[in-house]
Design a protein around this ligand. Structure first.
Ligand SMILES: NC(=O)c1ccc[n+]([C@@H]2O[C@H](COP(=O)([O-])OP(=O)(O)OC[C@H]3O[C@@H](n4cnc5c(N)ncnc54)[C@H](O)[C@@H]3O)[C@@H](O)[C@H]2O)c1
Ligand SMILES: CC(C)[C@H](C(=O)O)[C@@H](O)C(=O)O
Ligand SMILES: [Mg+2]
Length: 358
């Protein structure tokens, strides 16, 4: 179900765990924090910075110590930049930070709704000639699918090598995310599209298909649609305005949302929330993009994705007016951009912070 309502308590401070991470992560997180701190919210943000990521691993061998996980768990919310090195970096075993840090946080904190909204903001440059009104949300399952690490390799390095990566789809896990997606659709344009590959992945597909049919009667005003994931790639490019809420598994959701970002103005604008709608743990907000080693250190990363992730964080905390104010400030900022002009990370943060502060 969508997040349980919360009432902001003006006398309370919000304990924020901040994990800037690697590459452009610290650059964009600094701007997101700047904007959060400038936004009139009625609550006080108390950030605690955690130096997790490649640097810490290379210096200490630590990825996410249990004690740090427990400290992070004690916060109200988490703001994350990005983790991971340059693909192929010999000093970082593949997946070490992605699995051991990012996915461990998502799994341990039961972030079963990976929420990824996509909108073409006025002024944002879509590569599509005539995209129409685009405003949809991908509800990506966040704790299962092929991401669980269920698999292995036999006879590694030989011509007879066999590697498996098994997709895990439990009725419990699928039903809860499907119900959440229906409830979000009900509050929006009341259209839900299940995205899968039921024509080939017949076992996983069957459980997703069945549970969507089973949950649908609870939301009689929501129209249900189904689309194979490959065809979804076509429709996202040719007619993205047809979508309202898409619900899909962990891996399809990862891929769909990078394309969604590309068609709505670029990966530098795409925000996400790893949400525990039951509020038993802190939810974690981060841009969809990664650590972008190709542009790290140049001060040219677009911080808008991180800033909008901050807006999702505010909304999750029940600070809806503040979230809307950040979004408005970003819309103004994007409208004022000169198409093709280079982005200066800190200038964007300063400008959005100034707009939001009024
Ligand atoms: N949430 C995360 O922490 C996360 C997400 C994706 C990838 N990663 C990791 O990041 C590393 C790099 O991955 P990748 O190159 O596949 O994906 P990426 O998202 O880091 O970069 C893809 C492309 O988008 C550009 N880009 C990304 N963010 C941008 C921004 N804010 N402004 C302007 N351009 C931006 C990059 O320069 C690059 O050309 C890998 O180690 C990967 O595992 C982490
Ligand atoms: C880095 C990786 C584990 C992550 C994912 O696949 O979920 C990233 O691509 C994302 O989209 O957040
Ligand atoms: Mg991704």
């Amino acid at each position: 179900m969508p997040d349980a309502p919360v009432t902001p308590d003006a006398s309370r401070s919000v304990q924020l765990a901040v994990i800037p991470g690697d590459g452009i992560g610290p650059e964009v997180t600094a701007e997101a924090l700047k904007v959060l701190e400038a936004t009139p919210t009625g609550v006080k943000f108390e950030p605690t910075r955690y130096d997790l990521g490649a640097e810490r691993y290379l210096a200490t061998g630590e990825v996410l110590p249990d004690t740090v996980l427990e400290e992070v768990r004690a916060h109200d919310a988490i703001l994350l930049g990005a983790v991971g090195g340059k693909p192929g970096d010999p000093n970082l075993p593949p997946g070490l930070l992605e699995r051991g840090l990012l996915l461990r946080l998502r799994f341990e904190l039961d972030h079963y709704v990976n929420l990824r909204p996509s909108r073409i903001f006025p002024g944002a440059a879509s590569p599509l000639a005539d995209p129409g009104e685009v405003d949809f949300v991908v509800v990506r399952e966040g704790t299962e699918g092929p991401y669980t690490g269920n698999g292995g390799a036999l006879r590694v390095g030989t011509p007879a090598e066999v590697a498996t990566e098994v997709s895990v789809n439990t009725a419990f896990g699928v039903e809860r995310v499907v119900r959440d997606a229906f409830a979000r659709a009900q509050k929006r344009r009341r259209k839900l599209t299940l995205v899968h590959k039921t024509n080939v992945l017949v076992h996983a597909g069957a459980v997703w298909w069945r549970l969507v049919q089973e949950v649908a009667p609870e939301f009689p005003d929501v129209t249900v649609d189904y689309m194979h994931v490959d065809a979804t790639m076509i429709h996202l490019v040719t007619n993205p305005s047809r979508f309202d809420v898409l619900v899909t598994d962990n891996l399809f959701g990862d891929i769909v949302t990078d394309l969604a970002a590309a068609i709505t103005g670029g990966i530098g604008l795409a925000a996400s929330g790893n949400v525990n709608p039951d509020r038993t743990t802190p939810s974690m907000f981060e841009p969809v993009h990664g650590s972008a080693p190709d542009i790290a250190g140049q001060g040219t990363a677009d911080p808008v994705a991180a800033i909008l992730s901050g807006a999702l964080l505010l909304e999750h905390l029940g600070l809806d007016d503040a979230a809307a104010a950040v979004e408005r400030a970003v819309v103004e900022e994007l409208a004022a951009r000169t198409p093709g002009a280079p982005v200066v990370t800190a200038e964007v943060g300063d400008s959005v912070a100034a707009r939001v502060a009024g």
